[in-house]
Design a protein around this ligand. Structure first.
Ligand code: NAG
Ligand code: NAG
Ligand code: NAG
Length: 399
């Protein structure tokens, strides 16, 4: 926690300026679309160390999926900003994790929408709430975001709007260095059930068209991809296979908890983590995104022996990007002694993952800059000096 607070204070001046801008101009989109900044002279994406994937932006500090959460993550050193894409009633794509607005917006305070509460079957579970698919974009824009967890900073509640997929893309394109996007095709079964697009198009079609509109294309590590990096993720294998003919952007197959079957193909966890399945899906995706506790099971808050899932995935040349790393004590297993750096060290150096979805992009960035700095030029001098002292002391320790 201490670490996080320190990080937050570093960027506080430009950040407050951004907050003011976002707050005062809420009636119209803040970002000019499309981006006007050229990528030519930007610092490129780092590709030498596991990717820092800012889960819903810097949502440890700011309301998830808000513009400031994404801008903060960029400021803190994220390689990719991650987002969940859902649809509005009138077919616009927006950034929102839950299919309902209840947990992360002020919908409860909007009496004019009180009659919009519905119960829908979401992946076999009757779910009641205010669904994004029952609101137009204009109505969604009248809501304000809030922090999901009560133990996180509440001071930004009620300040920021829901943003569209296009606004999220613009934030990445406007970053002062190359920052990738990592959008999820979220709940495609539900989206296609409730929202109709002209010409019989599917939610996945609109999703890919949006990426193409802003120039996202190219296979993993191609020149086009490095210019505007993007990973497309989904828990629904049929969506990933469906778009494989529409875009060669790299895709990742997300893997849910052991008890939850896939939403589209109703396949079990053991089925989709088998060698046979990895051999099938590797033709469509460059990696998998599993929950970390399913890679290394946890009992009584202590890690057990790692499963062979990472080894099996790597044997199929699939990257592994587990979720979700959270720096707070209540999420850190006891092996890590309340220290997120120890957790990052374990997953990067012992398990060998290729990317990490973190709620605290700043803490992962600090860990990586300390242990595997990209270049001395980009570092501040005090940390170079500290590292030198540390290495001098460690020489004496050995004797
Ligand atoms: C969900 O609600 C429907 C309609 O009320 C009902 O028929 C069904 O049994 C419910 N399903 C579950 C899993 O509770
Ligand atoms: C993709 O295109 C190939 C070749 O045209 C075709 O055989 C295949 O069925 C298509 N796949 C999908 C998912 O549409
Ligand atoms: C999904 O698979 C399970 C286990 O095979 C089965 O019991 C269930 O009926 C299936 N559900 C659907 C919606 O097909």
């Amino acid at each position: 926690m201490l670490l996080t607070f320190t990080m937050a204070s570093i960027g506080v001046v430009p950040f407050i300026f951004l907050l003011l801008l976002v707050d005062c101009c809420s009636a119209r989109p803040f970002y000019s679309l499309p981006s006007k900044i050229e990528n030519k002279n930007k610092q490129p994406l780092q590709t030498s160390r596991p990717y820092n994937l800012a889960h819903r932006g810097s949502n440890g500090e700011l309301p998830e999926e808000s513009a400031p959460a994404y801008m903060k993550a960029i400021e803190e050193g994220a390689d990719f900003i991650e987002s969940d894409i859902l649809a509005s009633k009138d077919g616009f794509l927006i950034c929102m994790h839950d299919v309902t607005l209840d947990a992360t917006t002020d919908i409860a305070e909007h009496k004019e929408f009180a009659n919009r509460k519905r119960t829908y079957n979401v992946q076999g579970v009757n779910t009641t709430g205010f669904f994004t698919v029952d609101f137009t974009l204009k109505e969604l824009k009248s809501l304000r975001l809030k922090q999901r967890f009560p133990f996180r900073d509440q001071q930004y509640n009620g300040k920021f709007q829901i943003i569209t997929f296009e606004e999220y893309i613009s934030i990445a394109l406007d970053a002062p260095r190359v920052v990738g996007i990592y959008p999820e095709i979220k709940n495609p079964v539900l989206m296609n059930q409730h929202v109709k697009w002209p010409g019989g198009k599917r939610y996945e079609d609109i999703f890919v068209e949006t990426l193409q509109k802003y120039g996202y294309k190219g296979s993993y590590m191609s020149k086009d991809w490095l210019r505007q990096p993007a990973f497309v993720q989904s828990f629904a294998p049929t969506s990933l296979i469906y778009i494989s003919n529409q875009t060669d952007l790299p895709k990742l197959f997300l893997i849910d908890d052991v008890t939850i079957p896939t939403q589209d193909t109703n396949q079990s966890f053991s089925e989709i983590t088998s060698d046979a399945y990895f051999n099938f899906i590797k033709d469509y995706v460059v990696g998998i995104g599993p929950w970390k506790d399913n890679l290394v099971p946890v009992v009584n808050n202590y890690l057990q022996t790692p499963t062979d899932i990472v080894a099996k995935a790597h044997a199929c040349n699939l990257q592994v990007h587990p979720y979700t790393f959270r720096s707070e004590n209540m999420f850190l297993h006891l092996n890590f002694k309340q220290d997120p750096f120890v957790e990052y060290d374990y997953w990067i150096n012992k398990i060998g993952v290729d990317g990490l979805f973190t709620d605290f992009a700043g803490s992962l960035h600090e860990y990586q800059e300390w242990n595997t700095p990209l270049s001395v030029n980009h570092e501040d001098k005090s940390s170079t000096l500290l590292r030198k002292i540390a290495s001098l002391i460690s020489k004496y320790k050995k004797n």
